[in-house]
Design a protein around this ligand. Structure first.
Ligand code: ZN
Length: 132
């Protein structure tokens, strides 16, 4: 898997926090709802792009996935005890948001901790080989 994922998850968490501050309510089943709600992935998207207030019903483009290689390229196990789901990160974030009703804050905290300890699979960020 690419080395970029290690960078991505931390940034993703900070975007979620930034987006969550802009919209105090959490949305389920939609990226955005009304003027004041977003789900974790919607918040990440907004934290990154600073969207206009009016996003009701709008669907983010695939830019977020493109930017965060890790969203599509990383498969994680659901951090919820007893849940056996394994999904690519973008789907997992939606799953945790909608299925387990974690707050965006909780999801951000999980993302920050995911490197190095969660799932027992992550390894410390490798230095990419520099070949001229
Ligand atoms: Zn789960």
């Amino acid at each position: 898997m690419s080395e970029r994922e290690h960078h991505g998850e931390k940034e993703l968490a900070s975007f979620i926090r930034a987006g969550a501050q802009r919209r105090p309510d959490q949305a389920y089943g939609d990226y955005f709802r009304g003027k004041s709600a977003s789900c974790a992935l919607g918040a990440a998207y907004e934290g990154m792009y600073r969207l206009p207030q009016k996003m009701d019903g709008a669907h983010p483009t695939r830019d977020l996935d493109w930017f965060f290689d890790c969203l599509e390229g990383t498969v994680r196990r659901c951090p919820v005890e007893g849940c056996k789901k394994r999904l690519v990160l973008s789907a997992l974030i939606v799953h945790i948001n909608d299925g387990h009703r974690w707050s965006r804050e909780q999801i951000a905290t999980w993302l920050e901790s995911v490197n190095g300890k969660a799932n027992g699979a992550a390894t410390p960020a490798a230095t990419p080989p520099l070949t001229p």
